[in-house]
Unconditional design. Structure first.
Length: 330
């Protein structure tokens, strides 16, 4: 437990201001067992989690009438660990790291089954993609030379966990560089790394910023590479649409992994019900926060096949016509 508490790293806990009127249903709830505030684990600055997480935390804070804040973390692996220990109330995870955590195979807490994680709502698919400076001459994974330095994201995050596995399986003899989204973007622009890979909701903020600032090249998998990755990693086929970024005029083959919001099992049922209701019934506002939220829809609840659902989430989904399997009712 002590080791896990040291994982919190750099904190950026900023409580959102409660503005506007609180919804009538939330106001009518008995809040006697609710916490005075809540925390949400996101990921590094410049990433989709950072933007998306701050947005829904603020929206929920306003709707529920209690302060809510986001914390910068290393991403899904660390979020799962900190929700498990109760250091965070809620967090965002991709399904690969969540599966490992629930089964006691977390890279940060090996042997500890994360049995306190509960699913709250579906978020969106994370697309795996890569970019480099056009001046590098790299236009495909085959072009990445031996000895190249590849930025793969924070240790404990989805890209930092899976890109090294993917590139190693490709036979790439490269140096992997961990770091946050904005940090690695700066390193690429300064020539300190050769390639920046990531996994995030589209469009990925740090990629968009780089595309606006310098000449970059985006590249995806060949059909053979995509098939090999799908066969070896817990991912699904995915295509990055053309013009996701201005410098990416053609669609690119990729892979993806679903993201879910999770919370600690001890969160009050009525509070979780209101959180889920707020996010699931305000998709237009969510899309304003980040375009990836176009997939933040209740019908995508079935993309979760192994995380137990929080009772408050079960109540909201079933009241609205979505049947949660009995074996997944937490």
């Amino acid at each position: 437990m002590t080791a896990l508490l040291k994982l919190k790293g750099v904190k950026a806990l900023a409580f959102a201001s409660v503005i506007g009127l609180v919804g009538t249903v939330a106001s009518a709830q008995d809040k006697s067992d609710w916490p005075d505030s809540f925390s949400v684990g996101t990921a590094s600055q410049g990433g989709t989690y950072f933007v998306y997480g701050a947005g829904w935390a603020n929206m929920v804070s306003e709707a529920l009438g209690i302060p809510g804040g986001t914390e910068v973390t290393g991403g899904p692996v660390q979020n799962a660990a900190l929700v498990q220990t109760g250091d965070l109330d809620m967090g965002m995870v991709t399904m690969g790291p969540a599966f490992d955590a629930i089964n006691g195979n977390s890279a940060l807490a090996p042997g500890l089954k994360h049995d306190q994680l509960r699913a709250l709502f579906p978020m969106y698919k994370t697309g795996f993609h890569a970019m480099t400076l056009t001046s590098s001459g790299i236009t495909s994974f085959a072009d990445i030379p031996d000895g190249a330095v590849v930025g793969v994201g924070p240790a404990g995050g989805t890209p930092g966990t899976y890109w090294p596995r993917i590139l190693t399986d490709m036979g790439k003899d490269v140096e992997f560089r961990n770091g946050g989204a904005s940090d690695l973007a700066g390193q690429l622009q300064d020539g300190l790394i050769d390639v920046k890979t990531w996994a995030g909701g589209l469009p990925f903020p740090a990629f968009s910023q780089l595309d606006a600032q310098t000449d970059v090249t985006f590249f995806g998998f060949t059909e053979e590479e995509q098939a090999a990755v799908i066969a070896s990693q817990p991912v699904a086929d995915f295509t990055i649409p053309a013009n996701t970024y201005p410098s990416q005029p053609e669609e690119q083959l990729s892979v993806s992994m679903w993201n879910f919001a999770v919370g600690h099992a001890d969160l009050p049922e009525s509070m979780v019900y209101e959180i889920v209701k707020t996010v699931m019934t305000n998709n237009a506002k969510m899309v304003e926060i980040h375009k990836a939220a176009v997939e933040t829809l209740p019908e995508n609840f079935d993309k979760n096949t192994f995380i137990p659902w929080h009772p408050g989430a079960v109540r909201w989904f079933e009241e609205n016509g979505f049947d949660i399997p009995d074996e997944l009712k937490g």
